[in-house]
Design a protein around this ligand. Structure first.
Ligand SMILES: [Zn+2]
Ligand SMILES: [Zn+2]
Length: 525
């Protein structure tokens, strides 16, 4: 009985765990590596196992960092069922083809550059037909209804409160007369998150594989009412200045969370009848999936729905589809434009920023974490000029940030979730975090909870039957994981340098000083 870690080990993305017994081999999640170019390189490498040898896959939730390599798995020979909750299956019908499409475009652009450099073309990781094949293997299931996908393996899904359909998975494995329980947390949400129910709790297990995105950080605590008050304040201030409100938002969950909150404010007459436009075909499709599963809504969402009829169908809400509709928004004023991606590194949001960022009458509202190296991070850090589609754009709009929408529990939230867990008989594996976060969370689990905890490295394997019961197991020393490939890479530094150089040339007109500085930089090559 073995487990090995093939993603989200030493980094946040690429969740992919292989579990093997003498009777079956299966994966929990098969996610894409996202972030820096170095990290993305992993997506092009061969799997560490033969995809054809895998019996089935269990998916925790629809996010691409947990599902984005399913089409690659299928492309390389996997033919078994892919289990996920029914909402997750519906979400993946949109997210996987979208992911394939993004890659086809990326590879097309890359090959265009390679051709000019005389380099051979590269192949996309997968294409839309592979996504279609993966979708055909999806099997929808209901939470709390245990099932047996293979002999000696019993699986139950529980609510993880992270995004629509998200789950943590409880698995009971049998081998040679021995039984082990293993729980995969997937991504754990914060209590009081809009729309989705608070995460369920667990009481006991042999092994726990837990995320640590915020394993070393606590965010400022923001109650639901504080979040709503802040949103109303930002809207009112923006309307006074007469411009547009641009909100970069992820297509899944964040867009719907915002519509939910805006609807509450409209029902309370706390904001005007300003038009809200969702300008993202993917967000529109995903919103329809939300409409299909009202039983997934928590009390607040059910209450506002009963008062207003539908969470997403309001006379002030509009959903654009065509590129022409999107372009036409350039000529409108006094509207809210919500568009993806949430970190402004792709999608229609880049066009809206290009057209609106310069104007001091406009407001750009950030409602989520902005990863290092993204356009969103540059803007929130106070950059005066940014590059969008190769053009320099000055940042004149008012930049606002609203906290309280994070889909991930912070360190306190994770510990709160774990407080109901009275017994981990063997070991906790800490995954899905930057090395600093995972390491700090290992310390917290060891010191505060008394668990044996460890942050596995990429491709590390453990024999689950030979891990002794915790009281007799020596607490493993905290392993200092090597510095990650994540975060800022050379391409981010290159982009930064280009911006700084352009700014220097613009501001400094003294030819001698220009020559001196540029000469110094050049002499290093
Ligand atoms: Zn997630
Ligand atoms: Zn994740």
């Amino acid at each position: 009985m073995k487990i090995s870690f093939h993603g989200a080990a030493g980094c946040v993305t690429g969740s992919n765990y292989l579990v093997e017994t003498d009777k079956c081999r299966f994966l929990v999640d098969c996610g894409m590596f996202q972030g820096s170019k170095t990290l993305k390189e992993h997506n092009y490498r061969k799997f560490a196992y033969d995809p054809a040898s895998i019996d089935f896959v269990l998916v925790t939730h629809a996010h691409i960092d947990h599902t984005g390599l399913l089409p690659k798995l299928v492309k390389h020979g996997f033919k078994g069922p892919i289990y996920a909750t029914e909402p997750t299956v519906d979400l993946l019908r949109h997210l996987l083809p979208d992911s394939a499409h993004i890659q086809e475009i990326e590879v097309f652009q890359k090959n265009h550059r390679n051709e000019r450099k005389g380099l051979p073309p590269i192949e996309p990781i997968y294409q839309e037909e592979d996504a279609t094949k993966a979708i055909a293997l999806l099997k929808g299931l209901k939470r709390y209804e245990s099932f047996v996908p293979a002999e000696g393996c019993k699986v139950t899904y529980h609510n993880a409160g992270h995004v629509l359909g998200s789950s943590f998975i409880e698995i009971i494995l049998e081998e040679a007369g021995e039984t082990r329980k293993i729980v995969f947390s997937g991504d754990i949400g914060e209590d009081d998150h809009p729309i989705v129910h608070d995460p369920d709790r667990i009481k006991e297990t042999d092994f726990l594989v837990v995320e640590s995105t915020y394993g070393n950080r606590n965010r400022e605590e923001v109650s639901k009412e504080q979040r709503l008050a802040r949103l109303a304040e930002v809207f009112k201030d923006a309307e006074k200045r007469g411009g547009k409100i641009i909100i970069p938002a992820f297509a899944l969950e964040r867009t719907q969370d915002l519509l939910h909150d805006i609807l509450i404010l409209k029902e309370r007459n706390a904001i005007s009848d300003i038009q809200v436009v969702v300008d993202s075909p993917l967000a529109n499709a995903i919103t329809k999936v939300f409409v299909k599963y009202p039983e997934s809504y928590d009390e607040d969402a059910s209450e506002i729905m009963s008062k207003m009829g539908n969470l997403f169908d309001h006379s002030d809400f509009r959903f654009t589809s065509s590129a022409e509709d999107s372009k036409a928004l350039n000529n409108e004023s006094n509207i809210v434009i919500m568009s993806a991606s949430g970190m402004c590194d792709a999608g229609r949001i880049k066009h809206h920023l290009k057209h609106n960022l310069w104007n001091p009458a406009n407001t750009v509202v950030f409602v989520g974490y902005q990863a290092e190296g993204t356009l969103g991070r540059l803007i929130t850090q106070g950059a005066k000029t940014v590059r969008i589609h190769g053009e320099e754009v000055s940042v004149g709009a008012k930049i606002e940030q609203i906290h309280g929408y994070s889909g991930h529990a912070d360190q306190n939230g994770l510990l709160k979730w774990l407080s109901s867990l009275k017994e981990v008989r063997r070991e906790v594996f800490v995954v899905h975090g930057e090395p600093d976060a995972a390491e700090e969370f290992v310390n917290q689990l060891t010191e505060k909870c008394g668990f044996v905890a460890y942050a596995p490295r990429m491709n590390e394997e453990f024999d689950l039957l030979s891990v002794a019961e915790a009281p007799v197991a020596a607490v493993k020393p905290v392993v200092v994981v090597q510095k990650p490939e994540a975060g800022v890479d050379s391409y981010n530094l290159y982009a930064d340098l280009m911006l700084k150089l352009a700014e220097f040339m613009r501001k400094n007109k003294d030819e001698a000083q220009r020559r001196e500085k540029l000469g110094k930089i050049l002499s290093q090559f």
